[in-house]
Design a protein around this ligand. Sequence first.
Ligand code: SF4
Length: 691
Amino acid sequence: MARTETSTHCPYCALQCGMKLRPVTDGGVVEVVERTGFPVNRGALCGKGRTAPAVLASGVRLTGPLVRDAGGELAPASWDEALGRVADGLRGTRAEHGADAVGVFGGGGLTNEKAYALGKFARVVLGTSQIDYNGRFCMSSAAAAHQRAFGLDRGLPFPLEDIPRTGCVILVGSNLAETMPPALRYLTELRENGGRLIVVDPRRTRTAEQADLHLAPRPGTDLALALGMLHLVVAEGRVDEEFVRTRTNGWDEARASAMAHWPELVERLTGVSVPRLREAVEMFCGAEDGMVLTARGPEQQAKGTDTVGAWINFCLATGRAGRPLSGYGCLTGQGNGQGGREHGQKADQLPGYRKLTDPAARRHVAGVWGVDPDSLPGPGRSAYELLDALGRDVRSLLVMGSNPVVSAPHAGHVEERLRSLDFLAVADVVLSETAELADVVLPVTQWAEESGTTTSLEGRVLLRQRAVTPPPGVRSDLEVLHALAGLLGHGKGFPADPEEVFDELRRASAGGPADYAGITYARIAAEDGVFWPCPDEDHAGTPRLFLERFATDDGRARFVPVTHRAAAEETDAEYPVVLTTGRVVSQYQSGAQTRRVAELNAAAPGPFVELHPRLAERIGVAEGEDVAVTSRRGRAVAPARITVGIRQDTVFMPFHWPGAGRANSLTNPALDPVSRMPEFKVCAVRVEAAG
Ligand code: SF4
């Protein structure tokens, strides 16, 4: 047997680590081999990436379609029957209730080709405006703040390799050591080079332990923290006046709002002392250059856009943006969170990161699609609003690559809405908790069984290459959309070949903010990825944005004045503790795949409630004993994990599990007014011994 190795990328997070897959049997079993030449991870992988081939095994995945039978059970069916049922379900709803009664829910793990095809399928075949995706729950606040300030959203406007060479990094609400461990080396190298690291996190995480300075604000107050630091920048004469004058607009209003946030007020709001604030400002401004990197902590809030905006204002005022080795960046979470939002599965966007409300954008994309621009629907509901409308305005739903029963906020309510649908179809690799509720389950191929591109958190477009033959009973998502489009009267325009779809995506994105026109499969493979924008095949790609000008009409960055406001739900006598949620190293997102990998399950077998010893003593629980956490929306029970590394007024739960320990049973679906991001990171709870 030939042992040909295939270069590809991990199926999980936005770091998109390079790896090689090597066949170990003739039956399609592969093992992961180091790919040291890929610059981002240089061969390093976390346990999730290393064990990813386990999900290819037949025992843990779906290998044939399932259709709900007359007895209400999911039963095996042929592809013809399953696809026919889906087409009938979607067609029937549209005929009875109108096109917008059909919804589509996509995922940030789908390749660019799938995200593109899904958006086109929704708008051209179904004619519905009701499409959004779970990436809305990931980095949408950072995307909105990026757009607002810089006129363009790319998670990192510079490559990761710049991080070790800057002078100081403020890492806000990111636990890299657990979410993307190979990226930790960039921070280690930063410190080895003499750079400083400030971590802002209510928990003393493994990442915070690496920091020169750890600030632990009360959850939901990092907007105030950023304003307090900006206040000190102004008060201490550390504003980069020339940068502000020549490269920005709107400083006077932003300065006025920062000056209203006195350090003493900020200390009261955040719990971070004034001397610690001063130390942070001194450390950041004392370095020649610097970066602020945010992740889900500040972003997953009902004021996430303004919170990120406050950190961007801080960067602009100190002249740490639009210059080499300086800037603001977002550490996107999902594998294709970046590309997933660029190519049309987001409620308000067309491919190439074009706005659905822009007449020129509609004309361009409609031209590529061969349809009348006026036939394209307008923007639809955001992800949570779409889920909340299920069974009411939206009567049928097609889910592709998402598991909202575990990952959506107020998950008990979302589960109830899903159950109330007239028709639910789910395309997935495994029988997820959402697929369990479906009328039809379509088993699809996964990363190693198909080719396709993703766009990493750096804006680097990468190629995942097919390394194994999929089992006979499964089809790719593109084949599913091709077949459904045909059954619904669109025999052309939905090719199943990924490269053909990508070539159309290139044309659709040409001239747009996220321009992929010059990126080809061959170039990606030859160059280890190409950074967008890349308008033609002679263009080298753009690793660093904004060095000459920002992407606004006048080329200047925009300060946006923001003010502190309380969390959507404050603590009170009945719910006196703050719950914040997050991730652990051995599980990924809703856990649908990683919970099926024995090694990962052994390392992280279930949820837990992290709490401070004083709080544990107050409620009378010892390490490992069950804690009941109750919010206004639900209750979850999980064993106590007691640590001094968390504030006494806060508990933490990871969200990867369904059932009694489902953290998202508790979370608050209050939405950010700009990004429509739910407030995953802050809600008021009561904690008690569960006994
Ligand atoms: Fe995969 Fe992310 Fe782990 Fe890299 S860090 S191996 S991309 S899950």
